[in-house]
Each structure stands twice: as C-alpha cells, then as structure tokens.
Design a protein around this ligand. Structure first.
Ligand SMILES: [Zn+2]
Length: 85
C-alpha cells in the first residue's frame, strides 16, 4: 500500500505518490469578480457559457455571476412540490 503525502508550496500542490514519483500541479490564482448588482466572489475559474452556432469558434458569454444566474432561475422557473395523498 502506497501512502500519499500531499502538501502545498505556494501556487504548486505537490503529491508524493511513491518513493520515485511526485506529482506537481499548478494552482491557478484566484480572481475577484463583481457583477452590476454588487455580488462579489473569488474563484480560480470564471463561470462562462459557450455554444457553437455555425462556426468553429465558440460564442462565449464572458464571465457570469453565479448568484445572478441562480436568482434568475428561481424567478423564472419556480416550482413547488405537490403533496399527494
Ligand atoms: Zn450578481
């Protein structure tokens, strides 16, 4: 049984998987986003939609606010559970 040793060195995560093998993974820096409604959040990956419509290049939304996205769904697709019986 191999015991894994995992630790972080600045922006690199190191994982010792055996005596001979160490895996190094770069941790992307967090970015701060703010939307027009004032939601502020940090993430390493922006929330972006994309689609292909008659083009090899995707049409991308650009960074979207996940809070506004969830709120939009709540407002436009509300539903309630029906208790039967
Ligand atoms: Zn927002």
């Amino acid at each position: 049984m191999t015991e894994e040793l995992k630790f972080q060195l600045g922006t690199v995560e190191a994982m010792l998987v055996s005596k001979e093998t160490m895996v190094l993974v770069a941790i992307p820096p967090k970015k701060v986003f703010v939307c027009p409604k004032g939601h502020r959040y940090e993430t390493t990956e922006a929330f972006i939609f994309g689609c292909f419509i008659g083009s090899a290049q995707p049409y991308l939304s650009g960074p979207l606010c996940p809070y506004c996205y969830v709120d939009w769904h709540k407002e436009n697709f509300p539903t309630t559970e029906v208790k039967e019986g």
